[in-house]
Design a protein around this ligand. Structure first.
Ligand code: SAM
Ligand code: SF4
Ligand code: SF4
Length: 355
């Protein structure tokens, strides 16, 4: 049987609507729950761990506009994933705030019942966009910020972007009601690991949650070496040395961050330990690239062309069957089998597939 039928109560009119959803798990019994949608492969930063300038230079061939999914196509894809069991959608990129009219897309997706809608941004344009995003119905925000030290931050974004502008974006987002915001810091040994404790301290008692991310071997261009990874355990130990932490249970299956709270009640932090303590066993994430390819793992080499299906006029049932056949065949567990050899295998870039 392809669908289960169930009723959901509409939050606006309180009436019950009948919906259909597929009962779908992959070969390792993992359902599909989270969808990350990349809305552009372009970015106004050149973080060396993601889009190094040596590769993403002036003549880099980004996707032409006609190849990007239109907002209507994104909405159709999102609704298909909703029927497949997805309850959380994250808009990402590249830098999603560079996509013109992003707030219109947000309002289209916010109308889908049963979806928690979030967006990840480098916050360069957030001060101008926060209000429109909130008004359009965005539920939550993640902001990437790798250091509070201006020099380190400018070096890491590699476009000389000042940290004060990101903090202004955070402030504007907080003022319109985005709280808590998850603040993502990728930690690279010898580059910004000295800033871990100051970052934790800055966000204590603010309601926001810093999430420290182990530097990953995404793509093939970021020169990843295991020696550059600061293990999550070491990050927790460093913070707890200054402000004691205690573990918090995961809020739901597939939560990527391990949660910790300050013993003195000053809030929470998270660590994302994809390298040293992989969590593939609970991975319920799918991704769509800006040109409409479905990827079932961040480290995959190839995606499945949903855009072709949509542009060929496939109906919803055909799209659902196609999606079901992809998810049922899924056996990805890259982080569990990572080795020095796998680090150089072909993989798509994170700016294309969506982080
Ligand atoms: N441009 C937006 C931003 O930076 O927030 C969204 C896209 S970015 C690819 C999404 C997230 O992926 C960011 O938090 C970024 O720090 C993280 N990221 C990128 N490359 C990474 C890597 N090699 N290891 C770990 N995290 C990475
Ligand atoms: Fe751009 Fe985000 Fe990648 Fe940095 S991490 S280069 S901000 S896409
Ligand atoms: Fe999921 Fe792939 Fe990451 Fe494992 S490596 S957690 S399967 S995205």
């Amino acid at each position: 049987m392809l669908y289960q039928i169930y009723a959901v109560q509409c939050s606006c009119c309180l009436a019950y609507h009948v919906q259909r959803q597929m009962e779908l798990v992959d070969t390792l019994a993992r359902p599909t729950r989270d969808l990350r949608i990349s809305v552009t492969d372009r970015c106004n930063f050149r973080c060396s761990y993601c889009m190094p300038k040596s590769v993403f230079g002036r003549d880099y061939a980004f996707l032409p506009r006609a190849e990007l999914l239109t907002f209507e196509e994104v909405e159709r894809a999102a609704r298909a994933f909703r029927r497949a069991g997805v309850t959380k959608i994250r808009l990402t990129g590249g830098e999603p705030l560079l996509r013109r009219g992003i707030e219109d897309l947000v309002s289209m997706l916010a109308r889908i019942d049963g979806i928690d809608l979030t967006l990840t941004t480098n916050a360069a344009l957030l001060a101008d966009k926060a209000h429109a995003l909130r008004r359009a119905g965005l539920d939550r925000l993640n902001v990437s910020l790798d250091s509070l030290d201006d020099e380190t931050f400018r070096t890491m974004n590699d476009v000389d972007f000042p940290v004060t502008k990101v903090l202004e974006g955070l402030e504007a987002a907080t003022a319109v009601g985005f709280i808590p915001i998850k603040v993502n810091m990728v930690v690279k040994r010898g580059v910004n690991d000295a800033d871990v404790v100051s970052m934790a301290e800055y966000f204590r008692n603010t309601g926001h949650v810093v999430r420290f991310i182990e530097f990953m071997d995404v793509g093939t261009t970021n020169g990843w070496r295991l020696d550059d990874v600061v293990p999550a355990r070491e990050i927790v130990d460093r913070i707890t040395g200054a402000h004691p932490l205690e573990p918090v249970d995961a809020a739901y299956r597939g939560e990527v961050a391990q949660r910790w709270r300050y013993a003195d009640g000053a809030g929470e932090i998270g660590v994302i330990s994809s390298v040293t303590q992989p969590f593939c066993g609970d991975c319920t994430r799918a991704r769509i690239s800006a040109d409409g390819k479905v990827f079932t793992c961040l480290f995959a080499a190839r995606g499945h062309d949903m855009r072709a299906l949509l542009r060929d006029g496939a109906g919803d049932e055909e799209v659902d069957r196609w999606l079901a056949s992809i998810w049922r065949a899924r056996d990805d567990r890259y982080s569990e089998i990572r080795s020095t050899a796998t680090a150089s295998t072909p993989k798509v870039e994170m700016s294309y597939i969506g982080g």
